[in-house]
Design a protein around this ligand. Structure first.
Ligand code: E4P
Length: 214
């Protein structure tokens, strides 16, 4: 399972990268707005740190606008993946970009038929948003299971990128559901190696050793 970090904060990206287990990065306009930086400039900085796929979202809602923005974003670095919305215009842009050799990540996916359509259009990644479905009393994880089954049944190569992950339990469930990738906030990445029994166990090992040998 691949692990991406879901942030535009360069310090968090560097820290996660230094752990040696980071495969890629996802950004979105809200995350960039939070940082208050120029989108293209920050993408360049991220691509210098992380060599795996870095998702860069377009702001346009129409096909021509998406194509123009996506082509510009793709020039920033070889590992840029253009993030497009899971809409009719987005699927059309996905197909056109796939034909041009530009990799895409179809975002804001909330139901399995969106995932089916974007796979047909050659998407490199599809991003079902688990947390936002859970927020409205739906079952986000069920969508991951449905997409996994559809992709495996028909042999689609699009990778299932579980997004909008809120906590470590989502991560466990994504791994069990066979998500290819999970994109995770920094706060969740740091918790993935936590267990109180690890901490108390270490304390006891050190205390026992010091008691015996000073
Ligand atoms: C994914 O690419 C999105 O940036 C992200 O996971 C959205 O998560 P949120 O619902 O926590 O904003």
């Amino acid at each position: 399972m691949e692990l991406y970090i879901d942030t535009a904060n360069i310090d968090e990206i560097r820290e996660a990268h230094d752990m040696g287990v980071l495969d890629g990065v996802t950004t979105n306009p809200s995350l960039i707005a939070k940082e208050g930086v120029d989108y293209a400039k920050r993408l360049g900085e991220i691509c210098e740190v992380v060599k795996g796929p870095v998702s860069a979202e377009v702001l346009a809602l129409d096909f021509e606008g998406m194509m123009a923005e996506g082509r510009e974003r793709a020039k920033i670095a070889d590992n840029i993946v253009v993030k497009l919305p899971s809409t009719v215009a987005g699927v059309k842009a996905c197909k056109a970009m796939s034909d041009e050799g530009i990799r895409t990540n179809l975002t804001l996916c909330f139901q399995p038929l969106q995932a089916l359509m974007v796979a047909k259009a050659g998407a490199f990644l599809v991003s079902p948003f688990i947390g936002r479905l859970d927020d409205i009393a739906h079952d986000g994880m069920e969508v991951i299971h449905q997409i996994r089954t559809i992709y495996d049944t028909y042999g689609y190569q699009t990778k299932v990128l579980a997004a909008s992950i809120r906590h470590t339990k989502h991560m466990v469930e994504c791994a069990l559901a066979g998500a290819d990738v999970a994109t995770v906030p920094f706060s969740v990445i740091t918790k993935m190696m936590n267990h109180p029994l690890t901490d108390s166990g270490l304390e006891k090992f050190v205390a026992d050793y010091n008691k015996a040998f000073g």
